[in-house]
Design a protein around this ligand. Structure first.
Ligand SMILES: [Zn+2]
Length: 99
C-alpha cells in the first residue's frame, strides 16, 4: 500500500515538474515569438518615418534612387527622370552620356 501510494505521488510530482517545465518552455517560446513580432512591428513602424528622414538627409550627400530617378547605364550616376535621354533594352542613358 505504501509503495502504491508512493509510486503515484512520485509520478504526480514528476508530471507536475514536467508540465511546469513544459509551461516554462512554452512560455519562453511564446515570449520569444512575441518579442520577435514586436521587434518586427517596431522596426517597421520605426523604419517608415526613419526612411523618410534619412532620405531627406541623404538627398544632400548621397542620392538613393527614387521612383522618379534612374541610374545611367554609362556613367552610373543617378539622374532625375527628366534627364533620361533614352533607354535601349532597359539600359537607361542620361542626356549627358547620350549627347
Ligand atoms: Zn550618364
Amino acid at each position: 500500500m505504501a509503495t502504491d501510494y508512493d509510486a503515484p505521488r512520485k509520478t504526480e510530482e514528476d508530471l507536475d515538474q514536467d508540465s511546469i517545465e513544459e509551461l516554462k518552455a512554452r512560455r519562453a517560446d511564446k515570449t520569444a515569438g512575441a518579442v520577435d513580432v514586436d521587434e518586427a512591428e517596431l522596426a517597421e513602424s520605426i523604419e517608415l518615418p526613419g526612411a523618410d528622414l534619412s532620405n531627406e538627409e541623404l538627398s544632400v550627400r548621397v542620392l538613393p534612387r527614387q521612383a522618379d530617378e534612374f541610374t545611367c547605364s554609362r556613367c552610373f550616376l543617378v539622374h532625375h527622370r527628366s534627364q533620361l535621354a533614352r533607354s535601349d533594352g532597359g539600359r537607361l542613358v542620361c542626356r549627358e552620356c547620350a549627347a
